[in-house]
Design a protein around this ligand. Sequence first.
Ligand SMILES: [Zn+2]
Length: 478
Amino acid sequence: MTNSNNVDETFFYDVKTESTIPLFEFNITNTKKRVSYHRNNDTMNYHYGPFHPMKPFRLRLTDHLVTGYGLHNIMDLYEVDLSTNQNINILENKILKFHSIEYVNFLKNINENSDQENKKYLIKNDIDDNDCPIFHGLYKYCLNYTSTTLSAVSAIEQKKSDIAINWSGGLHHAKKFKPSGFCYLNDIVIGILDLLKTHARVLYIDIDIHHGDAVQEAFYMTDRVFTISFHKFGGYFFPMTGALEETGVSKGKNYALNVPLMDGIKDFEYTQLFKSIIGPLVESFNPECIVMQCGTDSLGYDRLGTFNLTVKGHGECVKFVRSLGVPLILVGGGGYTPINVSRAWCYETGIANDVILKENLPNNLPFKKYFAPDYSLYPNLGDSILNDLNTKNFLNDTRIRILENIRTLQGAPSVRMDSEYIPSKDLQDLMMYLKKDEKEVLEYDDIYDLQKEKTEKVLERERLMQMLKEDSRADFFK
Ligand SMILES: [Zn+2]
């Protein structure tokens, strides 16, 4: 106790008492859902390098905020355990459902002092090791975040949760054969492939500022996974894909959508567009599960991003998806201003639980000084110097064209759960594959598809030829 007579200090809590006071209120109309929070304490210890924008440390900031607000008291918590070989074997089998064994072996065996073999793989696959550096413990880091997404998938599959969260996942650029855009293993594709064992149709929604290219490519030819991505598009902005015209091929025709945007979009315009598209899409496709990638590089003042969304605007999209009442998996993704990443993901953890978080950040927060000067969960991120280049006409035209695409769906496809073909090759690789003559194709298959039967190869080739005919992007790869 202090001896002060100051009225303000008459009532105060000691540290222990304060830590037990929740800093949130339940919404008056609280619609209770079972929410689970999946994490692995080890994931946040890895480091891409001092100048690299991707900082796994942002996950630690997020956890501090989530527990600081007391949200851990109202969710199921899962700490993912990778200490047994048995768990790792099961995990690797799931990873190999998407990634090639050659690539997985490369990740497993590399180290910072890359030997000749590794160098060869980097060069052969045109891997940019500035974007995707080889750092200490890389493979373990990949296993950590992928297994955490699979833990979230499992909570949904077993109907233990209505909403399962893994902020360390969402690495949407990782390709079958190589890393891309700071992403090594594609936990989203691996997670969705697992979900397809028990769910007929899965909807993937991506609100990262970058196009969710590798998830789109993986499911470009199937009607069981609908992918939609809202992103900046134009010029040399990474990954330079995600045009409005990319809508899927073959059986997947019209089961991919892209909402290309320009610099500077703000909350109102973004959330209106988002809701006016996602509402009818969910009604039409009728997904049994939604996987939502909540990359926060779409916030204002992001180190790499160029949009002007605020924490509340970004969260409004999550709130809307939650309101649709479909089992939901939330994963992270991009986000390169760590204090804002953590604020947004904490806010969205609150949304998942349908609670209102107090604006002032918790008092006993480690690293609280990072959040100066406002110490607010809702900093003003909407007044970035970037002008909004998205005119009303542009947004309206985009909306109309997207809704026309959704109308062509004419209801949800009925699918066979047992024999559905899930394509898993990168489009670019597919194009190269089709350019080769028959003899070379067989050699290519020998390298990447050792177990495949010849008959499967012929069938696959026919499907790919069909895809080539339909895909407007084919010209890019000639
Ligand atoms: Zn991104």
